[in-house]
Ligand binder design. Structure first.
Ligand code: GLA
Length: 534
């Protein structure tokens, strides 16, 4: 009896642990890796073509490197029959799509499909695809979900917004929520959803989707790569917990210069974007293939912490970004030195600014070479349109003292431009890092939050807040739920940046600091520093 009791208990514990671990694995699913048909083929796809790309994914060693999804984008649509059931394109997919998904699965890969939140696809508008009219999800949510996921067996869906936005003027959050609910109602597998609304849609997206597009469509030109990285530089607060900012499908192997391809892949990796290859895998240049298979960069993208790197320095036209790897607040961090400019850029950053101390081992992840040991600072000169991506392993991890406004989580932030004057990250020359947060306050929900303000031992600190003076502003600072209203703020706008200091008590570990003003505007915030009050 005793034995039975113990084994039941251990079984229970084991299953609880396994379930816990599974929940964690599910929750922290890494960014999707695979291939998608759009960049090279647009709507001109067919059964043989998709199967050939699935074959190449295996034969080129990409499956082995971690690329799993083969995604059929726009172009497969036929029409709806008298019962509303979606049919595939008669010439491109005469045998339907189940055989395509089955083929992909037979290779040990996963299959992705595409639709629109409205009635018409983007291809019907931009590529004049007559078959793209009336075939979107609108009014057919459950019917199509049943077809895509139960009958055909797809695992992933990208949901575009051309029809929903242009002809039906639907509201994004409501529309994508209805679709997510319809999918979950008919399918008991965990379908990976991508929101394709070409701008950061809002903090609600993480409750529905594994990733969401943040930009207009990518093209195989340097300007496009630079524009998308620029759009993602200050969105790190929204990636995490298994949800990611999608910088769009890769244009590697489609004519960019070698250093530009390194920027493209390296930045997509350190920013934890989905990695969906967009070229013809059967003719991909060898150097591009090697880059896509760089295991150290892939490990950076698929890192179990699932974090997006944030900007710690913006000087001389260059950006330094960093994120923790392997363990939060551990001694390993990834760093990117990114030069988007058209001239050589000199970088110099004290290692303390990266919260690292002592001797630091440096490994170049693009070159896959260890490049020695540094102390005190990292200094590089980088050519135009280039990046250096490093893995740093330090002797010590230092307590942070500086927090930028542009790292804050803003629950009311979106990039849809439907609510003018909503809270946002904005450039300001005199601000530290060249960025501030604007339009903070006016309602209790419109706050800025730093949820990992770290103190090693806890205790009393002086919180120095740097802000832009303005008339009729108040600032409420909340530290772990304890609120203080700051009224005596500098109002003289001609004096430049001002600093106000508040004594605070931090606990050991992570603290949550919020800044707001529930009834009137708060001043624009630049950054804050913490000074131990001994
Ligand atoms: C939009 C999307 C693209 C692609 C096309 C298909 O433009 O942003 O990625 O899916 O639609 O028509």
């Amino acid at each position: 009896m005793k034995f039975l009791h113990i084994s039941c208990l251990s079984l229970f514990l084991l299953s609880t642990i396994t379930m816990g671990a599974m929940a964690q694995i599910n929750q922290l699913a890494p960014p999707v890796m695979g291939w998608s048909s759009w960049n090279t083929y647009r709507i001109h796809i067919n059964e043989a073509l998709i199967k050939k790309q699935a074959d190449a994914m295996v034969s080129q060693g990409l499956k082995e490197a971690g690329y799993l999804y083969v995604n059929v984008d726009d172009g497969f649509f036929g029409w709806r029959d008298e019962n509303g059931k979606l049919q595939t394109h008669p010439e491109r997919f005469p045998n339907g799509l189940k055989c395509v998904a089955d083929y992909i699965h037979s290779k040990g890969l996963k299959a992705g499909i595409y639709s629109d939140a409205g009635s018409n696809t983007c291809g019907s508008i931009w590529d004049k695809d007559p078959n793209g009219v009336g075939v979107g999800l609108y009014g057919h949510e459950k019917q199509d979900a049943d077809l895509f996921f139960n009958e055909w067996g797809f695992d992933f869906i990208k949901i575009d917004y051309c029809g929903a936005g242009q002809s039906l003027a639907l509201e994004e959050q409501k529309r994508y929520t209805e679709i997510r609910q319809a999918i979950d109602a008919v399918c008991n597998r965990n379908i990976s959803l991508n929101i394709c609304r070409w701008a950061f849609p809002g903090t609600w997206a993480k409750d529905l989707a594994r990733s969401w597009r943040i930009s207009a469509d990518i093209t195989p030109q340097w300007e496009s790569i630079k524009y998308i990285i620029g759009k993602n530089l200050y969105l790190s607060a929204y990636a995490g917990g298994g949800h990611y900012n999608d910088m769009d499908m890769l244009e590697i192997g489609r004519g960019l210069k070698p250093e530009e391809e390194e920027v493209h892949f390296g930045m997509w990796c350190i920013m934890s974007s989905p990695l969906l290859i967009g070229c013809d895998l059967t003719t991909i240049p060898e150097s591009s293939l090697e880059l896509l298979k760089n295991r150290e960069l892939i490990a950076l993208n698929q890192d179990p912490l699932g974090l997006q790197a944030y900007v710690v320095q913006h000087k001389n036209g260059g950006y330094v970004l960093t994120k923790d790897m392997e363990q939060k607040r551990g001694k390993v961090r990834a760093v990117a030195f990114y030069n988007p400019s058209d001239t050589i850029c000199s970088f110099s950053i004290p290692t303390t600014q990266l919260e690292l101390g002592g001797k630091i081992k440096v490994r170049d992840l693009i070159k896959r070479q260890s490049t020695g040991i540094v102390t005190n600072k990292l200094v590089y000169e980088l050519p135009p349109h280039s990046v250096k991506i490093l893995r740093l392993e330090a002797e010590e991890r230092l307590e942070p003292t500086h927090y930028e406004a542009e790292w804050a989580y803003l629950p009311c932030y979106n990039d849809l431009a439907t609510h003018p004057r909503n809270i946002l990250y904005a450039p300001l020359k005199d601000a530290s890092g060249g960025m501030i947060v604007r339009y903070l306050g006016g309602q209790a929900e419109n706050y800025a939050e730093w949820n990992e303000v770290y103190s090693e031992k806890g205790g009393r600190y002086k919180l120095h807040i740097s802000y832009v003076p303005g008339t009729d502003r108040k600032l409420e600072v909340e530290v772990n739920g304890k609120k203080t209203m700051l009224k005596d703020l500098q109002t003289d706008e001609s004096k430049g940046m001002a600093i106000i200091t508040l004594p605070v008590e931090l606990k050991a570990g992570n603290n949550v600091i919020r800044m707001c003003s529930p009834y009137c505007w708060a001043p624009d915030i630049d950054c804050f520093t913490l000074e131990k009050d001994i």
